[in-house]
Design a protein around this ligand. Sequence first.
Ligand code: T1G
Length: 687
Amino acid sequence: MTEIMKYEVENGIAIVTLDSPPVNALGYDVRRNIVEGVEKAASDAAADAIVIICAGRTFFAGADISEFGKPMREPDLRAVLEVIENAPKRVVAAIHGTALGGGFELALCCHHRIAVPSAKVGLPEVNLGLLPGAGGTQRLPRIIGVPAALALITSGRPIGAMEALENGAVDALASEDALRADAIAFARKLTDESTPMARVRELDGKLAEWRGKPEVFDEFRKKNAKRFRGFKAPENIIKCIEAAVALSFDEGMKRERELFVELMQSTQSAAQRYVFFAERQAAKVPDISKETPMRPVKKVGVIGAGTMGGGIAMNFLNIGLPVTLIDQTQEALERGIGVIRRNYENAAKKGRMSAGQVEACMGLITLATDYQALSDADLVIEAVFESMPVKKDVFAKIDAIAKDGAILATNTSYLDIDEIASATKRPQDVIGIHFFSPANIMPLMEVVRGEKTSLDIVNTAMQLAKKIRKTAVHARVGYGFIANRVMTVRGKQANKLALQGVSPADIDRVMYDYGFAMGPFRMFDLIGLDVIGRDSKEKTASGELVRRDRLGQKKNGGYYDYDENRNATLSPVALDVIREVAAEKGIEQVPADDDEILARLLYPVVNEGAKVLEEGIALRASDIDIACIKGYNWPIYRGGPMFWADTVGLDKIVSRLKEFEERFGEEFKPAALLVEMAFAGKRISEM
Ligand code: T1G
């Protein structure tokens, strides 16, 4: 018995209970105690069998990620699993919560597995740029077969206990509130009936059927090429499962080890492990604690039934909150609700929700043109036209109608929250809740705190993000807040490079090869050149293309021409327009190779991130990374602009920015913080 392990014997069954909050991660102490408990039970004559169970919220949720990158202290996980698998008495894993990664691998080394119906099991290592490094790639296919194992391990998706029972990953279900008792009874029954102690490593049937059929792997690679593009871990996982089919168990384990170590040492995995913790860090706001009050949000009002307003409304409908949708005309409301219904019906077509759920969500919407309908809303979010006078007018109206204590939120992308708040008598109740288009899909939600915003409102918004399954990033007021501010720089530099004669197709290719789903010019065409160019005062290529009625993908093409399958080819018209605008502006034509294109686009993004930090708009550098990953799909295996900057080397970035400053002007001047961190040899992502 230690502070994290309890040893008991009941009805001739040894129960080894581990208790290491918050998630019983398989850190050194937990590993050491598991071995101690199992070895004690193995030699205990009073124990016929062994149950391994966890206290707290979950069975082991995996290896302790915070230990990665440090010397692994013995016993390492594989040694622990060997003790379990080679135990002289049968070992039963009693699973609740989320048995993930090494936790599920430990369960697979037990001779039997019992789980409560609400439990989930899975091998999510791929989300950390890794693969199951304790035999998961060798044992799981032996139970569920090759195709299912390929899909499950490369997706990192957890499966519920029922699905696990069906595919054999779990042997029995316990009743939800009697896992311990049911596990003991299960172990007793197996022992009394002398049920064979199945060691998963000895199973072969599910592998044998795929021997001599290598096509199953290549077909899987081809089918998932788009999804896996740029990532190293999925390919290594596939190789492990190929080894499971082709080699003996021990040789397969050796191959798994090689491929695991290769990933563990990769920058990609370091980036994805960083993102795992960064995402959790983003939820923490220094002056908000568990004691900070919150305001109840039971009824929501959304002003503006356009694309953003409709998407925003869906987030609350999805969690069963009634939404009053406001717009100026009934026709605008009908159009808006039509878009919402279409989105839900598309989700239903893809099997993501039932027809009943669609109707349930739609049934929660109230349409109104009169703001009076907002008088009982706990939260009002405006998503009207991005203009300060319009926003201030809307807030003055809300202020006159909304009940005391209501949260008055703006979805503005760029504008000053404090100025908007000044249009009300209650600036302490005003906050920015900034969604990213499409608002019902993009996971980022910037919570923008104004000078006067009260703490309970900030806390309510941060907690609300979790409820609507968004990733909240706290921001202070500043043009474009965090994600838009730093990523707009990339778009601006792309335009400048194009005017200097670099092909938009080359610029897009470099960004695509870096890992973005598409480059800036394809993005401009997708958003619509009439939209992105709307506020620009000066003459731009986008503006000229709009004047030629080339609005992008939606109408006549833009920088690219599109065929009926949306295949894009760079438009000669666009090239002519770019040349004309460049000539008119007297812009010198300057070639740039791929390396320079990458530096010209992304080093200024890093520089802008450093300024966002200097100005105190972001709480920490990793919040900037999370904002870019969750708001702009920055490739996760790069870690985001700030983490990536550290992998490039700040000194290299600073010297290139200085070179660009010489050649192209002041806008490339390195931020003081960047220079300081480079000089000190520190990592900016740790700021
Ligand atoms: N290691 C260390 N800390 C962890 C952890 C882990 N595996 N999982 C969670 N935490 C911390 C987390 O940082 C947070 O800390 C707190 O626990 C609550 O987490 C050899 C190599 C289990 C579904 O990838 O998916 O096994 O912020 O806020 O939303 O093959 O945590 O409170 O200080 O996320 O209820 C594989 C990762 C590891 C699972 C719970 N396992 N964890 O979600 O709480 S690699 C994983 C999760 C591996 C082997 C390989 C989730 C959760 P703090 P939380 P949650």
